[in-house]
Design a protein around this ligand. Structure first.
Ligand SMILES: Nc1ncnc2c1ncn2[C@@H]1O[C@H](COP(=O)(O)OP(=O)(O)OP(=O)(O)O)[C@@H](O)[C@H]1O
Length: 224
């Protein structure tokens, strides 16, 4: 059965500044939805609104048509990778994996540089390794939907390729909403793509729309 996450009627202001106005966005399980937009257009704010950790002037967030204003209370519905590090630094990797109900073995197999590191603490990892662990446990989480805010930005090209593979592996089981300024990676993964511009969300029909909406300057390779 396909599940749906829909958000609409979003109205967000900070002071007198309007950030989001009448935004609509839909995600489905089995699909990867990309969200692009220039710096400061409100992508993280929109994810926080969907998660329920930011309360705007107006919003409607629905899972299969049912209103869920505080999705952060429902791990079975939604997991969220924020832009900042969210796993406490003093925890060991084995504790993190156990908290997320995941085995360390498959992770170690996927990323051999973590071999024998289950006793390491998060603080002993490099910035990219820490981000990779956070991204991995959320991609593998048991939620119907997973939102990833900048999963690629701190990772090496090899790690990015592995994370994309992991997302594709999990795609049949869940729905992803992904934003990242490494937009080629997002475009490559996404079944549906939105751009946030001038307080609104636009569904992208072709890669040329990214230029039209003022998000990216495309070169010949992008267009071919
Ligand atoms: N708590 C806050 N108070 C006031 N303004 C805020 C607050 N949080 C965010 N903003 C402003 O709202 C706008 C949208 O921020 P947001 O972080 O959602 O953008 P973004 O699209 O995710 O940006 P980036 O791509 O740079 O991560 C920005 O102009 C930001 O400065």
């Amino acid at each position: 059965m396909v599940h749906q996450l829909e958000v609409d009627s979003v109205q967000l202001q900070f002071g007198k500044r309007e950030i989001l106005s009448d935004v609509y966005l839909k995600c489905e399980t089995g699909r990867i939805t990309g969200l692009l937009g220039r710096n400061g257009t409100g992508k993280s704010s929109l994810m926080n609104i969907i998660f329920g950790s930011l309360v705007p002037e107006n919003k409607s967030v629905r899972f299969d048509g049912q209103s869920v204003p505080k999705a952060y209370k429902h791990h079975e519905l939604l997991s969220y990778l924020p832009q900042y590090n969210f796993i406490p630094a003093h925890l060991t990797l084995s504790r993190v994996f156990s908290d997320f109900n995941l085995e360390f073995g498959p992770f170690e197999k996927y990323f051999p540089e973590f071999s024998q590191k289950h006793v390491s603490k998060i603080i002993q990892l490099s910035g990219g390794q820490r981000r990779l662990v956070e991204t991995y446990v959320l991609i593998k989480s048991k939620s119907e939907f997973v939102m990833l805010d900048e999963p690629f930005s701190h990772l090496s090209p090899l790690m990015i390729a592995s994370v994309k593979e992991l997302i594709k592996e999990e795609q049949p089981n869940k729905g992803f909403l992904i934003t990242d300024h490494m937009y080629r990676e997002v475009v490559d993964l996404a079944n549906d793509l939105y751009v946030l511009a001038e307080e609104q969300v636009y569904l992208v029909n072709g890669i040329e729309d990214l230029e039209r909406l003022g998000y990216a300057r495309l070169n010949q390779i992008d267009k071919s």
